[in-house]
Design a protein around this ligand. Structure first.
Ligand code: 3HC
Length: 301
């Protein structure tokens, strides 16, 4: 089972990161924009990310052009019909993903592999809704996909061993390390990471320290590359909340309870880096704490 051409579904932050990584490794990539929109704008976002690598001297201009040339962006699901592997990275909602996966299965050839980048939805339920669950598994990438080395390879009891082997070889070919995990929601990373992020937001909410102090403490005290609040903003507060909600439901565990501050920011569409403001405000030259967050002394009262 060899993989030559790859499809990616969803052109959000994760989807486009995956597109860039896969095309950079030499594969032809067809990216499906799952919601209506301007395809030129989508391609421009990939071009901008490649330009950054060129400006930093990490990539030759000719190579950046070649990578871009290997990427096709489309609104037509049927354009994925010849892909050997399709990685679905659409909205983290059960019904949306299940519907998309079924539609993909209908257009893909029998031997092709279908993967989901779901971070926390129950993989077995997704597999159950498919006609060829043996061809299905999770390839869970991390943000920013261009940088992070891990792919969690989520395997159900129905995934064929040949599919697991081919997926591992593929991950290696794009410079990632695959770690095989069972179909348990959240796999390893999000099962452990989400309670940490939620707890950091509660720590802020309770006035223990302000946002830069919480982040500096974890960076300097635990050698983390980035603090938990900045990381939550990087992932997207809506994504953090969606993962927490799913994990609390699926694992019946109060460690995934959504703090009210997170709920409020998401309701206000303050989603982190992607919306320009979240726990921090990114609209100026340097990020500053979101001015709407209560001052620490007031919060502690
Ligand atoms: N796209 C491409 N490259 C990027 C990038 C992006 N969005 N962000 C950073 N980079 C590259 C930079 O170009 C730089 O590359 P270079 O060393 O070759 O020049 C390198 O990453 C380091 O970047 P910077 O020097 O600008 O900044 P930092 O040293 O602060 O690193 C970081 C940025 C890599 C994001 C680092 O802060 C980090 O590792 N953070 C933790 C990220 C993390 O934990 N991700 C997992 C989130 S959980 C998840 O994704 C699960 C999902 O289900 C939600």
């Amino acid at each position: 089972m060899s993989i030559g051409s790859v499809g990616v579904v969803g052109c959000g932050q994760m989807g486009l990161g995956i597109v860039e990584v896969v095309a950079s490794a030499g594969y032809a990539v067809t990216a499906l924009k799952a919601t209506p929109g301007d395809l030129e704008k989508v391609k421009a976002r990939v071009a901008k990310s490649l330009d950054r690598r060129v400006d930093k001297g990490k990539l030759e201009r000719a190579e950046a052009d070649a990578i871009l040339g290997r990427i096709t962006i489309t609104l037509e699901l049927a354009d994925l019909r010849d892909c050997d592997l399709v990685i679905e990275s659409a909205l983290e909602e059960m019904d949306t993903k299940a519907k998309l996966l079924r539609e993909l299965e209908d257009v893909m050839t029998n031997g092709a592999i279908l993967a989901s980048n779901t971070s926390s939805l129950p993989l077995l339920k997704l597999a159950d809704s498919l006609r060829r669950p043996e061809q299905f598994l999770a390839l869970h990438f991390f943000n920013p996909a261009q940088v992070m080395k891990l792919v969690e390879l989520g395997v159900t009891d129905r995934t064929a061993p040949g599919v697991v082997a081919a997926a591992k070889t593929f991950c290696q070919s794009i410079g990632k390390t695959a770690v095989e995990v069972s179909a348990s929601p959240g796999y390893v990373v999000n099962r452990l990471l989400v309670p940490y992020l939620l707890h950091a937001i509660e720590t802020l909410e309770e006035g223990v320290a302000d946002a830069p102090a919480v982040d500096a403490a974890m960076q300097l005290g635990c050698n983390h590359p980035i603090g938990p609040l900045a990381l939550a903003d990087l992932i997207g507060l809506d994504v953090v909340m969606a993962m927490a909600t799913t994990l609390q439901r699926e694992l019946a565990d109060s460690r995934y309870r959504v703090p009210s501050l997170l709920r409020r920011l998401v309701a206000d569409q303050q989603l982190g880096r992607k919306s320009g403001i979240g726990l921090y405000d990114y609209r100026g030259k340097e990020p500053v704490t979101n001015p709407a967050l209560r001052p620490i002394a007031e919060a502690a009262e």
